[in-house]
Design a protein around this ligand. Structure first.
Ligand SMILES: *Cc1c(COP(=O)(O)O)cnc(C)c1O
Length: 396
C-alpha cells in the first residue's frame, strides 16, 4: 500500500490488513516473505558506506526487511511520521530514555507504570547517569506542573497504567510538557492504537509493547516507538544499531501477522472486559474493581474523552479475603491462567500480594493485595462462570 496523503482516509481495519504489505516482486506472492538473513549484498564499492547507518539494508542489526514492513504498519496505525521496532517493549522504553536524555536532565514520570519503567527511571538512570526523576500522580495536572524543573526534558506517562489502571489526561499533559519545553512520551500498551492514539492527542512519542495486544497471541516479543522522524532516527541509531536492541525478523513477521486482526480482537477484549468488570463489581466477595470503562472508575470521564472504541481488556480487582484465599481462588480457575503478561488470546491473572515493593505508590484500595486480570478471547460467559465457580470453591 502506498503511503500517500490519501492513506489516512482508509479506515483502521483496512490499514491493519494492508499497511506494510505488498505483492512480492520476485515471486508474485501476495504476502511479503520472511527474510531470515543477517546480511545484505554490498554495492560494487562499499568503501564509502557508513557501517552504523540504519537507512538501507546492510546488516540486520541496522534494520531488515521484515522489521521495516512492521514499522510501516505501526506508523500507519498510530498515525505518526516514523517508527522503529525493537526487541521488546522494555527495549523501546530504554531506547527512548537512553537516547533522548543526558546527564543533568530531569524526568517527570507517572507513579503508576510498568515495573521496568520504574526501575529505569527511578533507579538505573539516577544511580548511574545522573538523570533525576520525579514520580508524580499524573491523574493530577497540578501535581504534574508542580513536578517540573527548569531542566525537565521528558514527561513519561502510561494510560491506562499498569497495574492500577490509573487514567492520565494526554491532551492536558501534552500542553504542560510543551509549555515547559519538554517532550511527552506515552506508553500506549494497555489501550493499543485501536482504542487510543496518543500522537493525535498531542504526545510526541508513543511507546508500545508489541508483546501484548498488537501481536496478541502470546508467542513473540517486541516493542515500538512512533513519533517524528528526527527523534525516531536518533532512537534507531542509538537503541537499535549501537545498543543492539534489534528485533528478530521472525518475531517482526509474527507480530505483523498478529496485528492484522488487532481491531476485531480489541472489540472483543473491550466488550468482554466491560461485562466481566460489571460482573465482578456486583459480586459480594469483591472489594473493588478498577476498570476505566466502569462509571464508578474515577478516571472514566477522562478515559472516555481520549479512548475511542473501548477501554481495553485489563482490569484490577481486590477480594474481601486473607492472603491465602487469594491463592486458593486462583488455584480453582480453569479457563483463566495464572501467568504474567496481558493482551494475549487467553485470559491471564496475576496476584500482586501485599508485599509488592511499590505498594507505597498504589491508591488505598490496592493495599493488602489485588489481582491484575487480562480478559482474553474466550466466550465471555465461560470467563465469568470460571471466576464465579472459583470464588465459590475458595469459599468467598
Ligand atoms: C509489558 C509491558 C511493557 C514491557 O514490554 P515487554 O515487551 O515485556 O518488554 C511495557 N509497558 C507496559 C504497559 C507493559 O504492559
Amino acid at each position: 500500500m502506498e503511503h500517500s496523503n490519501t492513506e489516512k482516509k482508509l479506515g483502521f481495519m483496512t490499514r491493519s490488513v494492508h499497511a506494510g504489505n505488498e505483492i512480492d516482486k520476485e515471486t508474485g506472492a501476495i504476502r511479503r516473505p520472511i527474510t531470515m538473513a543477517n546480511s545484505y549484498a554490498l554495492p560494487y564499492d562499499p568503501s564509502d558506506l557508513n557501517w552504523s547507518s540504519a537507512s538501507g539494508n546492510l546488516y540486520t542489526r541496522n534494520g531488515g526487511a521484515n522489521q521495516q514492513y512492521l514499522q510501516e504498519k505501526l506508523r500507519s496505525l498510530e498515525e505518526g511520521e516514523d517508527c522503529v521496532v525493537l526487541a521488546s517493549g522494555v527495549a523501546a522504553l530504554s531506547g527512548v530514555f537512553l537516547s533522548l536524555l543526558k546527564s543533568g536532565d530531569h524526568v517527570v514520570v507517572s507513579d503508576s507504570t510498568y515495573i521496568a519503567a520504574y526501575r529505569l527511571l527511578h533507579e538505573l538512570l539516577p544511580g548511574k547517569y545522573n538523570i533525576q526523576t520525579t514520580l508524580v500522580d499524573s491523574r493530577d495536572l497540578e501535581a504534574v506542573k508542580a513536578a517540573l524543573h527548569t531542566n525537565t526534558k521528558l514527561i513519561h506517562i502510561e494510560t491506562p497504567s499498569n497495574p492500577t489502571l490509573k487514567i492520565s489526561d494526554i491532551r492536558g499533559i501534552a500542553t504542560i510538557a510543551h509549555d515547559a519545553g519538554a517532550l511527552l512520551s506515552v506508553d500506549n500498551t494497555f489501550a493499543s492504537p485501536y482504542n487510543q492514539r496518543p500522537l493525535t492527542l498531542g504526545a510526541d512519542l508513543c511507546v508500545e509493547s508489541l508483546t501484548k495486544y498488537i501481536n496478541g497471541h502470546g508467542d513473540a516479543m517486541g516493542g515500538a516507538i512512533v513519533g517524528p522522524k528526527t527523534l525516531i532516527d536518533k532512537i534507531r541509531a542509538d537503541a537499535m544499531v549501537n545498543v543492539g536492541g534489534v528485533i528478530s525478523p521472525f518475531n517482526a513477521w509474527l507480530i505483523m501477522r498478529g496485528a492484522v486482526s488487532l481491531p476485531i480482537r480489541m472489540r472483543q477484549h473491550n466488550q468482554s472486559a466491560l461485562a466481566i468488570a460489571k460482573f465482578l463489581e456486583n459480586h459480594e466477595a469483591v472489594r473493588f474493581v478498577a476498570y476505566p470503562g466502569l462509571e464508578s472508575h474515577e478516571g472514566h470521564a477522562v478515559a472516555a474523552g481520549q479512548m475511542e472504541h473501548g477501554f481495553g481488556g485489563v482490569m484490577a480487582f481486590g477480594l474481601r479475603a486473607d492472603h491465602d484465599a487469594h491463592n486458593r481462588f486462583v488455584s480453582h480457575l480453569k479457563v483463566v491462567t495464572s501467568a504474567v503478561s496481558l493482551g494475549h488470546d487467553e485470559s491471564l491473572i496475576v496476584f500482586l500480594g501485599e508485599n509488592d515493593e511499590r505498594q507505597y505508590l498504589y491508591p488505598e484500595d490496592f493495599h493488602g493485595g489485588f489481582f491484575r486480570l487480562s480478559i482474553g478471547l474466550e466466550d465471555t460467559e465461560d470467563i465469568a462462570e470460571d471466576i464465579r465457580q472459583a470464588l465459590e470453591k475458595a469459599k468467598l
